[in-house]
Structures are given as C-alpha cells and as structure tokens.
Design a binder for this molecule. Structure first.
Ligand code: NAP
Length: 300
C-alpha cells in the first residue's frame, strides 16, 4: 500500500521528515542504509538493520519480524494497533449468527420451495472460549459478553480481565474447551503457539465451531480435517493459513464444513496505518510509553 501511504503522508504530515516510498520488491540495500526507520507488513528478503533505530509493522502480527536473526538491543519493534478488534468482532459475530439463525439451511429450503421451520438459537445460550486475551481477544469478548454469551479466555499468563467471565492459563483450559460451543483463536504465532491446535487438543472437543483469525500455523490442518470429519468440530471458519494465498491444490478449499476467507477479518487501512505510525513516532520522539511495542523475548 506504499502509494496510498505516500498520498496520505505527503498531503497531511507537517513534521518535516523525509520518506522513501518503495514497493517491497524494489527495496535495495542503499534504501536500508539510508533509513532511520522501516515500516512494512514484513521485512524484505534482503533486510538489514544498518543504522535503523525503529521498525514498525503495518500489521498486528509480528512473527516474520521476530524471526529475524540478531535484533540489535537498541532497535525498537512496534506494531499497528487500530480498529482490528472491532473488525474481528464483527467477523466472528457474522458467522456465529449465520449458523445460529440457520442461514444456509433456509437458503437451501427456499431454493427447493420447502417450508421447513428450525428454531434459531439464542447467542445468550452459547459458551465461547477465546484463545488470546490481548487487544483483539478482549474486543471480541467485550462484544460477545454484551449479547449474554459466556466467555472464557485462555492466555499465557491466565491473568483475569474484565471483558471475560474467566481467564485461564494455557494447559488449564480443557474443561472449558470440552463444553464450548465456539472456539475463537486470536493467538500470535510464536514457537509455543505453533501447532498448538493439534490432534491431542482436538480430541477434547465435543462438536464446537472453530474460528481462526490468529495465524494459520497455529493449527495442524490434517488434524483439523479429521476432527471435522469425525464431528469433533462442527464447522471451521478460517481467515489465516500457513501458506498465503492458500494454494489451489489445498484440500481445505473443498471441504463443505470449512469456510475460507482470504485474511480479511482485520485489514489495515492506509489511513489507520498512517495514524498509528505517526502516533508511535510522536511517542518515541517525546520519550513516552509505547503500548504497541513488541516484547522480542516473548515474540508478540
Ligand atoms: P496481543 O495484544 O499481543 O495479545 C496476544 C495474546 O495472546 C495475549 O493475551 C497473550 O497472553 C496470548 N498468548 C501469547 N502466547 C500464548 C501462548 N503460548 N499461550 C496462550 N496465550 C498466549 O495481540 P493482538 O493484537 O490481540 O493480536 C493477536 C494476533 O492476531 C496477532 O499476533 C496476529 O497474528 C493476529 N491478527 C490477525 C489479523 C487478520 O486479519 N486475520 C489481523 C490482526 C491480527 P498474555 O496476555 O498472557 O500475554
């Protein structure tokens, strides 16, 4: 989106900084040597820190940056935080209501001109387990709680949070997962969360829906398909994949109980990206605390 960023920054910014706007494919070593700061969705293949002091991710997920070898102690990594929580909440709510109101069944009945009543299920009867109680998990929990949904959070620390009825630490969630109607994954990709949703975990489930808006590699897709085929998972809604775009040959495309969206549950808009970038820049220059600073040891 470098052209859109250029349009907004050159039109609106009065800070007097100098920018180079370059397609990731064309960033060369001279650009990297010239820059004090780097902003992109990911580090380019030839990325090198040189004199850089600040790296800013246009997305909320930073796994590709964290993987870089040898971060220098004096380089800050920040990430974009904007309307992601609201967008993810609406994404999840849309699929939850669609299932509970039997949209697909009624469309099919209409095509066949059949009058076949089904009783819609109330959101307030649902139990949801959200993996990740950070920016995004909290927004989803806050929205669902307003509809009377019973919301349990799972996090690394298990620290309680006002938007969840309860939060448990990973390893202690089995009884909640077992009873859940919906599982929503908002976890970042780290060595600990890689393939966290594997066959052993899926064996706990008893017919829940699964929504993945975190990262694709947190899920073992072979086990996921097996869990759907054996009805441990009723249906999966997947917005993120280990390889993106999802290759045409991937078997996930054709499964009738898998819904695929192309990583759109929380898009970064150029306007919001610029606002977050400048807010972060102003805070760095004023030596103010940075809520969007990434802890490189934790990896998120
Ligand atoms: P965040 O504020 O950093 O929150 C991360 C949460 O994950 C925290 O609650 C953390 O636990 C928990 N966590 C980390 N490692 C864990 C582990 N091993 N076990 C259990 N919990 C663990 O991040 P966020 O802003 O909510 O974003 C989350 C992720 O969403 C991003 O990293 C990105 O991958 C994804 N995302 C996807 C899209 C999309 O379009 N699909 C858009 C934006 C973001 P603690 O609270 O204990 O630290």
């Amino acid at each position: 989106m470098y052209k859109e960023l250029e349009g907004i920054i050159e039109r609106e910014d009065k800070r007097g900084k100098t920018f180079r706007y370059v397609d990731e494919k064309n960033i060369n070593d001279e650009d990297l040597k010239w820059a004090d700061a780097y902003m992109s969705f990911y580090p380019v293949e030839n990325f090198a820190f040189h004199q850089m002091k600040w790296v800013h991710s246009l997305g909320a997920g930073v796994d590709r940056y964290v993987k870089l070898d040898s971060w220098k102690d004096d380089v800050i990594l920040t990430r974009t935080v904007c309307s992601f929580g609201a967008r993810m909440s609406e994404y999840c709510l849309s699929y939850m209501l669609s299932e509970l109101q039997y949209h697909v069944a009624f469309q099919k009945a209409q095509r066949e001109k059949k009058w076949e009543p089904l009783e819609p299920v109330l959101l307030s009867s649902q139990k949801v387990v959200i993996y990740g109680t950070g920016e995004i998990g909290q927004s989803i929990a806050e929205m669902l709680k307003r509809f009377g949904v019973q919301v349990t959070g799972v996090s690394r620390s298990g620290k309680s949070n006002q938007h969840f009825h309860q939060v448990v630490a990973t390893g202690d969630e089995a009884s909640h997962v077992k009873q859940a109607d919906w599982i929503i994954n908002t976890l970042p990709l780290t060595p600990e969360t890689n393939r966290m949703f594997n066959a052993e975990w899926m064996n706990i489930l008893q017919g829940a829906y699964f929504i993945n808006v975190g990262r694709g590699a947190t899920v073992d897709t072979v086990s996921l398909i097996e869990a759907i085929n054996t009805r441990r998972i009723k249906k999966a809604f997947l917005d993120v994949f280990e390889v993106e775009p999802l290759p045409q040959s991937d078997m996930l495309w054709e499964h009738e109980n898998i819904v695929i969206t192309p990583h759109i549950s929380a898009v970064t808009t150029p306007k919001e990206a610029v606002a977050c970038f400048f807010d972060t820049l102003d805070r760095i220059e004023a030596d103010k605390p940075l809520e969007n600073k990434v802890d490189l040891n934790r990896g998120y």
